[in-house]
Design a protein around this ligand. Structure first.
Ligand code: SAM
Length: 497
């Protein structure tokens, strides 16, 4: 029988004391296991970790008990968790008796980013097929955490908090954090995670934005159940219960109404690529007016890949009759709905503030497919600033009056073909070596203009010099280069000085 986790303040304090004493922290566990066993554990290979933790006292007991799924003797658990007793841990939903010993009923693990460390409670992976399974920190959680803008804000909402991971990060830069979830089990898990980390987070139960119906926030983050499929809920963490991407559409329509002016919402989402329709047109039709939006598509999966990925994620045996029947139903639904592919990515919305409500919002759809090693949070913050700057310099005159510089991470790449007289240059591009590695092909005049952008002269002065050098009318060069200059600015290839 599964019990809901519940950590009283006293129980949370005792557990925290035990975990700290044993060094059950990301550094402590990594040092104990060493790089090889640690990497193996990340791949689900437990034996190297068992071997590394053999002589490791209390930390070894906690690693085996909490990370490796082992049953540990009563005396060892009692010593490792003191001052918390094993029966207190059982009452809190953390342990279950197993013969003469104890094993974990929940997943409890240390989690860290560059600035600090927490512990996260979630359901055991072995229980992944429970309908209300509460997932731990997974790939999607990390993607959203890395893409989130981390600037100081007053209030932040984490919609669909699950184990509470986004709210943990938010506690660093938001004065108040509110977390919601539709699932009582997820709320209990998040409450326990927050108690263990001694964090004050307002927790509200309810679907979508219902629990915050009349409230606004400076920032909203959400990793919602975003997997499109037929309107049913097999797993609460994954399925919205609405047809296809209808839940995302409703969320995009509603979210800006819950943002303070200038407030930013960031969420993960999936949208359908329907035959005869461009995906940006589909997503654009969901956006309310007065909202800047940056929609970044990170992956595109064909129907078979989409269904297989999420069935595998749920731990199903894909050859079993039940999984085949489910896949068949899912693929039939996609055929009926003319779905050719499913896009996945992250969406950033900003409600225009009072001063700029007359301004034209900026809505941009971009593909950033493939590996991006830099976190996208700083890039998103920069994108919002750059959009503001461009809005304040909408006219050609304003742009031409600005001194600009090429960002320090930008390089010029040239392409050459072998010819009878050696390499013959056939093209060039400017590329950022950081962030999403934006890259733009450039012709000779554009490359020359960029070379001159060193922050000393206004852009208009440079264009005049270039016009003289290339014997072209300045007006013609302005018309030819300003659209590209705006793109360079939007992608951070050029920066205002
Ligand atoms: C993909 S999990 C994300 C959990 C966590 N925020 C993270 O980033 O790992 C989605 C969460 O949304 C919750 N959820 C599902 N349907 C919801 C709804 N209609 N309203 C609010 N939350 C919902 C689930 O219970 C689950 O905790």
């Amino acid at each position: 029988m599964r019990v809901l986790p519940h950590l009283s303040p006293a129980c949370a304090e005792s557990l925290r004391a035990a975990l700290l004493r044993a060094r059950f922290t990301t550094d402590g566990v990594r040092e104990l296991l060493g790089p090889s066993a640690h990497a193996a554990l990340g791949r689900g290979e437990v034996e190297p970790a068992f071997r590394a933790g053999r002589e490791a006292g209390e930390l070894g007991v906690l690693v085996r008990l909490l990370l490796l799924g082992a049953t540990e003797p009563d005396a060892a658990v009692r010593a490792a968790l003191a001052p918390l007793t094993p029966s207190d841990a059982r009452d809190a939903g953390l342990l279950v008796p197993d013969g003469d010993g104890w094993r974990a009923a929940l997943d409890l693990r240390p989690y860290a980013d560059d600035d600090g460390e927490w512990w996260v409670l979630s359901d055991l992976d072995a229980r992944r097929q429970d309908r209300d399974h509460v997932t731990g920190v997974g790939g999607a959680s990390l993607t959203l955490a890395a893409a989130t803008v981390r600037r100081p804000v007053g209030s932040l909402l984490d919609l669909g908090t699950g184990c509470g991971v986004q709210a943990l990060h938010a506690g660093r830069h938001a004065r108040t954090v509110t977390a919601t979830d539709v699932a009582p089990r997820a709320l209990a898990m998040a409450r326990a995670t927050f108690a263990l980390n001694a964090l004050d987070v307002e927790l509200l139960e309810g679907a979508w934005l219902e629990p915050v119906a009349d409230r606004r926030f400076d920032q909203i983050v959400s990793n919602p159940p975003f997997v499109p499929g037929p309107a049913r809920v097999d797993y609460v963490y994954r399925d919205s219960g609405q047809d296809g991407d209808a839940a995302l559409a409703a969320l995009l329509r509603a979210l800006p109404g819950h943002l303070e002016p200038g407030g930013v919402a960031q969420l993960l989402g999936s949208w359908l690529h329907v035959r005869g329709e461009d995906w940006p047109d589909r997503v654009r039709s969901w956006l309310p007016p007065g909202v800047d939006a940056w929609i970044v598509q990170r992956e595109v999966s064909d129907p078979a890949l989409h269904v297989g990925t999420w069935q595998r994620d749920a731990g199903l045996d894909l050859a079993s009759p039940a999984a085949r029947a489910q896949a068949g139903e899912w693929l039939d639904w996609m055929e009926r709905e003319h779905v050719e592919a499913v896009g996945f990515g992250f969406l950033t919305l900003r409600r225009l503030d009072g001063a700029s409500t007359d301004a034209e919002p900026t809505v941009v759809f971009e593909d950033v497919l493939g590996e991006v090693s830099d976190p996208l949070g700083p890039e998103t913050a920069g994108w919002l600033d750059r959009i503001d700057w461009l809005r304040a310099h909408t006219s050609d005159e304003a742009l031409l009056a600005a001194p600009l510089a090429v960002a320090s991470s930008v390089v010029l790449e040239t392409y050459a073909e072998p010819g009878t007289e050696g390499w013959a240059e056939v093209g060039a591009a400017v590329a950022r070596m950081d962030g999403p590695r934006w890259r733009h092909e450039v012709d000779g005049p554009a490359a020359a203009l960029l070379a001159g952008c060193q922050g000393a002269l206004a852009l208009g002065e440079l264009v005049k010099l270039l016009a003289v050098a290339h014997d072209r009318p300045a007006g013609e060069l302005v018309a030819a280069t300003l659209p590209a200059v705006r793109e360079f600015l939007r992608h951070g290839i050029l920066v205002p000085v």
